[in-house]
Write a protein that binds this ligand. Structure first.
Ligand code: TXA
Ligand code: MG
Length: 325
């Protein structure tokens, strides 16, 4: 497996043709790094599951370069979904829609719907455009981490997570630090109104400006609708260290909190973001730092309020599953 640090036009061409040949390519998006395969290639997609150690049957998001290609993958697209796509794509939002013939069972986890996203990271968009020029229809890409672990937001983190599971012909594209830092907002567009399945940087308030939205106060209800969103499993996004969202850290524990919160004596400060956006951006790096330092416990002071705080709290609760006191 090769790490490509300068994503020149020829490097992008090479990565796209490698995908067409059935190899895997890890690439940066504005949310987190993804591990990509040709979404129409059954064997290549099967390798994603093996590399991640992800149970088969969990659907993958298909990435495309433009809203204009949405109808290739999705049908019965409600007007509000088109409005959302035109408002927030390219960007950190995934739409769940009824699938076309192109979206096979091996991508959708045998569901009749498909998750579609147009990422905004320049490397991701360049790769998608070139992949489409070379005849590809879409890149299936989950976050480039082992199942249940923390999503990578740097190429070094991708290597740490899955590097040893990749083949020599696979590639990793380095696009620097991910700007958003947490995974895309997933919006279910199969019903009369939109509903959020996974909160992200496209916030409830932003969506509400565009269309009617069903409030689902308990996101776990979605599981009862028999829609498979692995990010909704209780324990997810977890570092090795125990994550605590209540309680007071003592000497030797880690702490992640907004800058205004002081570090108790002897506690290891892992991050001190100044804004909630910065909090989202550095959260997973701070989790990884805790593991690098061999800390046993990390205390997080969750941000309050609306906006991206909702998504940060969603990830913190899952990271702290079983450890909430
Ligand atoms: O920001 C992101 O969304 C990143 C980047 C790489 O695009 N991708 C990502 O993929 O987070 P993944 O697979 O780690 O998480 C996507 C979630 C999974 O929980 C999956 O079950 C859900 O989206 N999902 C994908 N397709 C779906 C579908 N057709 N129906 C319901 N849930 C779906
Ligand atoms: Mg993931």
């Amino acid at each position: 497996m090769t790490i490509i640090s300068q994503c020149s036009t020829s490097a992008i061409k090479d990565a796209a043709s490698s995908l067409i040949s059935g190899n895997l390519v890890a690439f940066p998006t504005e949310t987190v790094y993804g591990i990509g395969a040709d979404a129409t290639n059954k064997d290549a997609v099967a390798r994603i599951y093996a590399v991640k150690g992800r149970p088969t049957g969990h659907p993958l998001i298909v990435h495309i370069s433009s809203v204009d290609l949405l109808e290739k993958w999705a049908r019965e697209i409600p007007e509000y979904a088109v409005k959302l796509a035109r408002s927030f794509w390219p960007g950190p939002m995934t739409l769940i829609l009824p699938r076309t013939e192109l979206a096979k069972d091996f991508v959708t986890g045998c569901q009749n719907n498909v998750g579609i996203r147009v990422p905004s990271h320049t490397t991701a968009l360049a790769l998608l455009k070139e992949f489409e020029v070379q005849g590809g229809a879409g890149i299936a890409a989950p976050s480039a981490n082992r199942f249940g672990a923390v999503s990578p937001t740097t190429v070094e983190a991708v290597e740490l997570e899955i590097g040893s599971y990749l083949s020599p012909s696979d590639q990793m594209l380095d696009g620097g630090n991910c700007e958003v830092g947490i995974e895309s907002t997933i919006i279910d567009c199969r019903y009369k109104n939109a509903s959020i399945l996974r909160p992200g940087a496209v916030t409830f308030e932003m969506i509400q400006e565009v269309c009617e939205i069903t409030i689902d106060p308990d996101l776990k209800n979605s599981l009862e609708k028999k829609i498979k969103v692995s990010g909704l499993l209780e324990s997810h996004y977890s570092p090795n260290a125990e994550v605590h969202i209540y309680g007071i850290p003592v000497k030797g524990d880690g702490l992640i909190a907004l800058d205004s919160i002081v570090t108790p004596k002897g506690v290891v400060r892992l991050a001190n973001p100044k804004t909630i956006e910065e909090y989202a951006q550095i959260l997973y790096t701070a989790f990884r730092l805790a593991d690098k330092k061999g800390l046993k416990r990390v205390f997080v002071v969750p941000p309050t309020g609306n906006g991206i705080s909702v998504a940060i709290n969603n990830r913190l609760i899952r990271a702290a599953f079983n450890k909430v006191e």
